[in-house]
Design a protein around this ligand. Sequence first.
Ligand code: GTQ
Ligand code: FE2
Length: 348
Amino acid sequence: MTIRSEVRPDLLPYYEDDCDPKNLAPLWKVLHTFARKEPKSGCEPYIWHYNEIRDTLMKSADLITAEQAERRVLILENPGMRGRYRVTTSLFAGLQLIMPGEIAPAHRHTQAALRFIVEGSGAYTAVDGEKTIMEEGDFVITPSWTWHDHGNPSDSPMVWLDGLDVPLVETLDTTFAEPYGEKSQGNPRPSGDSLARYGSGLLPVDHEQRSPSSPVFNYPYTRTREALETMCKTDEWDPCHGLKLRYVNPDNGDSPMPTIGTFMQLLPKGFETSGYRCSDGTVYSVVEGTGKSIIGDQTFEWGPRDHFVVPCWVPQKHIASEDAVLFSFSDRPAQQKLGLWREDRRNA
Ligand code: GTQ
Ligand code: FE2
């Protein structure tokens, strides 16, 4: 075997010209962009203060109906990724408004969606033939490929946070959708049926798991809040999280939907979490209380109905000036299933 005596880097540009028309590209020019020490996305920390955006959201109701819009939603666009309809690299978030008497027509799609109720009470979402009436702080799921429509028979506007895995599904190129054909689905099952059947620490005796998503589709705030309140009495705080619970699929102990994880945490008045970072970019919705979060080198003050985003691997610290309750969601379960998720409890 002969050893090459000389390489000719000066000829590389000509070589690239040879590659290009053949749809070939040399890895050595780009390897550093994907073999990186740490993640580096365009995702930036940001907060949407509800009192600064509520008027803008309400104005949309004078311009378009829920039915015309199909879904009347203002997208929370991460300022580092404008025009790409995403709040983190893998997730979509938006605030949906539905006015009294309106209906958002039934459809289904492969993207999974969560609703977290921000303002109002008495509107409903119907999922695969069962209606659930929603109250502030309720967490509702519409798993992949389930029919869903929304309606507001109450006499006040209703606003909720939508979280969807749109960018993730787009990356996997698995986007499918279809309209139901009629505005609303029939509702053969009585309201509350799923929660009674699957969400009471019990399961029907011969129940077989049919989907990777939870058979419970409304996790009411009253129950979540009560759990946190009771747990408070034991005074066992995690230094990084205060008191933090994850929502669970009673079928398998996994997250309610396979791609999106959801959490509710309580930070008592005066509590300051120690620095923490994790590989799942996370969206927070403030339910109760006021406080501030230090995300990277920025400080964000928050109160009820504010929404903020913590990008992947950026250090975060939360400080509660009153008892505070925070809802959050991320793509953590997807990362965990793929063996990618990391956290760092020391750093920052
Ligand atoms: O409510 O069905 O924010 O399909 C984006 C897409 C909400 C919904 C969104 C949707 C929906
Ligand atoms: Fe939808």
